[in-house]
Design a protein around this ligand. Sequence first.
Ligand code: ACM
Length: 273
Amino acid sequence: MEVSLGFIQPRLRFGDLDWNMGRIDRLADTLDSPDLIVLPELTYTGYLFRSREEALELGRRFWEPSLLHVLRLSERLSATVVAGVAEPDGDRLYNSAVVASRGELLGIYRKIHLFNEEKIWFDPGDRPPRVFDIGFRLGVMICFDWAFPEVARSLALQGADVIAHPSNLVFDYAYTATLVRARENSVYIVTANRVGMDDRGDKRLLFKGMSQISSPDMEPIYRARPYTEEAYTAIVDLGRARDKWITRRNHLLRDRRPELYTLGGEELEREEA
Ligand code: ACM
């Protein structure tokens, strides 16, 4: 079965909802009948907050228009769209990804592994990663979740063919690590990374782009240009992801030996940084 997977790599501006929606719409206009489009992490607010209060204020103000924008985009593209959003829930705030298909909200994934200052701005996700049935099986993880192989593995065990990976990457080795996650689980991974600078005066972060479609063979099927806006789709064969045999005698999921995996780690204290 062939499907068209892609991403939008926009130049985002911190706290500028109209600008951010406009860039996404302009890039979306260039896409040709995708099945799945992935947008970056925290697409509408930007990333580099000054405080939890600021994140909560922007998250609350942007939530409804962001959600509406993702729904409309998925309707306009007649596709599934996965987009990173700040999701307020009472006094809580999650770094989340909305999954919308042809104008309908399918669900929300809340990032479970918060990176660095995200631990100040957000609450960690409180639900297991899950798979959505959209004609094929779609899992979602957000940026730094790549560093925890358990996430992609748990999605593969739930039957994921493809993992959508909204990101604001900061480590260059994340591109290679994501290729490894794709190979060790035999899945496609669509990493959408933004470009542009969050310049907050006293601190700034420049985002590199190079959004990537990783194949189950550990190849970058496509890697976008650095520091430049882009939207791209690739046609892929899901049969390749569904074949979990790595030799005639080795199956990536069935050969697991969970009864021998003494995970340990219970004694590690969750120290505050
Ligand atoms: C990250 O998780 N945004 C590095």
